[in-house]
Design a protein around this ligand. Structure first.
Ligand SMILES: Cc1ncc(COP(=O)(O)O)c(C=O)c1O
Length: 466
C-alpha cells in the first residue's frame, strides 16, 4: 500500500465530497454513486493511472478505448503547448482555415482505407456520426430522393449519444425514457455468432442469414426509403463483438444492390486497435463514409473526423450552391491545437511502428483471454488485435446471463480495481479490455493475472451467496 500524508488524505476526502455535491457522472448509476462515491484519478504514467491515495492501476481500457499512447506521452504535451502558443484558436467557417487543420485533413485522406474526398472535423465520435446523419439526408435531397432517408444500424451498436446518434445506438439504456429512437432509424440483427447462432450453425452460415435478414428488412421497408447503414467493424460498447467470418463480404453487396451508403464507424477500431490501421482493412470493408476519433489524438484532446467520398462531396457542393451556404459546422471543428496533437499522434504511430507492435503482442492478449474461457464464470472469451472481452454467464451451457439485480459485473469491476486493474463492464456482465497500444508483453501478462484474480474473487463471492 502506498503511504499517503494526512494532507493528501484530507484533500482526497474533500474531492469525494465535492464530487458528490457538484458532478453528474456519465454512464453511472447515479443513485448508487451517491453511496459509493467516485474513484478520483490524479495522474498517469505509461499504461497506468494513479488515484488520490497513490494506488496504481493498469488502465485496461485505455481510459475509454482511446489513450493509445498511454497516459504520459511528452511529445503530445509539447505539440499541444506549441499549438496553443502559436494559434490557440481559429476556425474554418467562411472559407478560412488554421494551417494544421488543412494538413490533418490531407493526412487522413491519404491514410483512408477507401477513396475519400473530403474531411469534416468535429469534437467527438457522436458529433462526427451526427454530422454524417445530416449529410446522408442532405445527399439524398441533392439527388432528388426525398423519401430515401431511413438509416439502419444494428442491435447492440454504439454510435453515440446525441439525439440522432443515440437513435443509431442499439442499446436499451440509450433509448429508454429518452423518447428514442427517433423515426427513420432501424436496427438490424446483432451479428454475434456465439450468442445468436442457431444450434450447429457455423459462422459463415450465420453471416449468410444476417445478410438475408438485412435484405428482408430493406425490402419490407422499401429500398427507396433506406439511405444508409452504419457499422462498427468490431462492435465495441455493445460487447466487443467481432463479426463472423464473411459477414461484411455478404452484407456489402446487399447494400450496393439497393444503393444504400455504408458508414464505417472507426471510432474505436481506427489507428491500429484491430491489428491493421483500420477495422475496415481487417474485415474487408469499403465504406462511403468513415468516422474516427479517440486514438486520432490518443484521447489527449477532443477531436473527431468524418471522411466522405466524392459523390457525397459533389452533393454537398451542389446543395450549398443552391442554398447559398453549407449550413453546418461547429465552433471547434478542426481546432488548431487539437489538429497539432492529432498530427503528432499520427507521426508517433509511424515512427514507432505502433501497428507492428500491436501485431506482435496481440496474440499474448488474445491467447491469455482465451485461456480464461475455461473459468466457470466465463461464457465466451473473444476479441481481435488489442481489443477483447470476457462474457460472464450464470450457466455456461445455456449461456444465460446473471440477473441484473445481482450486480455481478459491478462486483467484478470493484474486485478488479482492488487488484489494480481498471476494466469496463458493459452491456450486462461483459468485461471489455482495450489497453493502450503501447502496452508491453509483461504488462499484458500482469493485466491478465489481475483479471484472473478478480474472476476468482467473483466466483467465491457468488458461491458464498448460494
Ligand atoms: C464506435 C463508437 N462510435 C461513437 C462513439 C461516440 O463517441 P463520443 O463518446 O466521443 O461521442 C463511441 C464512443 O465510445 C464509439 O465507441
Amino acid at each position: 500500500m502506498p503511504t499517503v500524508s494526512a494532507e493528501d488524505s484530507r484533500q482526497a476526502a474533500s474531492l469525494v465530497e465535492h464530487d458528490l455535491a457538484a458532478l453528474a457522472h456519465p454512464y453511472t448509476n447515479l443513485a448508487a454513486h451517491q453511496r459509493t462515491g467516485p474513484l478520483v484519478i490524479t495522474r498517469g504514467e505509461g499504461v497506468r493511472v494513479f488515484d488520490t491515495s497513490g494506488n496504481e492501476y493498469i488502465e485496461g481500457l485505455a481510459g475509454l478505448w482511446c489513450a493509445s499512447l498511454g497516459f504520459s506521452e511528452p511529445r503530445l504535451v509539447e505539440a499541444a503547448t506549441r499549438g496553443m502558443a502559436k494559434l490557440p484558436f481559429y476556425h474554418s467557417f467562411g472559407g478560412k482555415a488554421p494551417a494544421p487543420t488543412i494538413e490533418l485533413a490531407e493526412r487522413l485522406i491519404a491514410l483512408a482505407p477507401a477513396p475519400m474526398s473530403k474531411v469534416l472535423f468535429a469534437n467527438s465520435g457522436s458529433e462526427a456520426n451526427d454530422t454524417a446523419v445530416k449529410l446522408i439526408w442532405y445527399y439524398n435531397n441533392a439527388l432528388g430522393r426525398p423519401e430515401k432517408k431511413k438509416i439502419i444500424s444494428r442491435r447492440r451498436a454504439y454510435h453515440g449519444v446525441t439525439v440522432a446518434t443515440a437513435s443509431l445506438t442499439g442499446l436499451p439504456a440509450n433509448h429508454r425514457d429518452f423518447d428514442l429512437p427517433l423515426e427513420r432509424f432501424l436496427h438490424a440483427d446483432c451479428p454475434h455468432h456465439w450468442r445468436f447462432a442457431d444450434e450447429g450453425e457455423d459462422e459463415e452460415s450465420f453471416a449468410s442469414r444476417m445478410a438475408e435478414n438485412l435484405e428482408r428488412l430493406i425490402v419490407r421497408e422499401g429500398p427507396d426509403t433506406i439511405a444508409a447503414m452504419f457499422a462498427e467493424p468490431v462492435m465495441g460498447a455493445g460487447g466487443v463483438i467481432v463479426p463472423p467470418a464473411t459477414y461484411f463480404a455478404k452484407i456489402q453487396p446487399v447494400l450496393r444492390r439497393y444503393d444504400i451508403l455504408l458508414l464505417a464507424d472507426e471510432v474505436i477500431c481506427g489507428f491500429g486497435r484491430t491489428g491493421n490501421r483500420w477495422g475496415c482493412e481487417t474485415f474487408g470493408i469499403q465504406p462511403d463514409m468513415l468516422t474516427c476519433a479517440k486514438a486520432l489524438s490518443s484521447g489527449y484532446i477532443p477531436i473527431s473526423a468524418l471522411l466522405v467520398s466524392e459523390p457525397i462531396w459533389q452533393a454537398m457542393v451542389a446543395e450549398s450552391e443552391k442554398i447559398g451556404v453549407f449550413g453546418h459546422g461547429y465552433t471547434y471543428s478542426g481546432h488548431p491545437v487539437a489538429a497539432e496533437v492529432a498530427l503528432e499522434t499520427l507521426r508517433i504511430y509511424e515512427e514507432r511502428d505502433i501497428l507492428g507492435h500491436v501485431r506482435q503482442i496481440a496474440p499474448v492478449l488474445q491467447e491469455g483471454l482465451r485461456a480464461l474461457a475455461d473459468h466457470p464464470l466465463v461464457g465466451e472469451a473473444r476479441g481481435v488485435g488489442l481489443v477483447g472481452a470476457l462474457e460472464l454467464v450464470e450457466d455456461r451451457r445455456t449461456k444465460s446471463s446473471f440477473p441484473p439485480a445481482l450486480g455481478v459485473g459491478a462486483y467484478f469491476a470493484r474486485r478488479a480495481e482492488a487488484h489494480g486493474l481498471i476494466v469496463r463492464v458493459i452491456a450486462g456482465d461483459i468485461v471489455a479490455v482495450s489497453p493502450p497500444l503501447i502496452i508491453s508483453v509483461a504488462e499484458i501478462q500482469e493485466l491478465l493475472a489481475r483479471l484472473s484474480r478478480a474472476l476468482d474473487d467473483t466466483l467465491l463471492w457468488l458461491r458464498s451467496k448460494e
